[in-house]
Design a protein around this ligand. Structure first.
Ligand code: FES
Length: 110
């Protein structure tokens, strides 16, 4: 239950929430995170109802075959990311709702 004194926060609408690990074992991949944010923007998915919210995490607890990213809804986890994979994830997963199965190593809803 929310307190009457709680500050009301607001978020812009979004369809997907992608959290990319930039932890040490995943290569501290800030350039890849920056690439993804820019690719999402170029795809027109940075705002509106179909937007993709992109955030980073220090470690997602799967410190192997990084960079790692998890996408909600669905809890879909990708490994060994690179720029080409990001492009395909944007065109298939975010734009068509079809996760790129060959790179998914875990999905919460399966
Ligand atoms: S450092 Fe990336 S999952 Fe742990």
């Amino acid at each position: 239950m929310m307190s009457e004194n709680a500050v009301k926060l607001t978020l812009s609408p979004y369809e997907y929430h992608a959290v990319m690990c930039v932890g040490k074992s995943c290569g501290e991949n800030m350039p890849l995170l920056k690439y993804m944010k820019e690719a999402v923007r170029k795809a027109g998915l940075d705002q509106g109802e179909a937007a993709v919210r992109v955030n980073r995490a220090g470690c997602l607890g799967v410190c192997d075959q990084g960079p790692i990213m998890v996408i909600y809804p669905g809890g879909v986890w990708y490994s060994a990311l690179n720029e080409a994979k990001i492009d395909k994830i944007i065109s298939s997963h975010f734009k068509c709702g079809e996760p790129v199965a060959e790179w998914v190593f875990h999905a919460q809803d399966q």
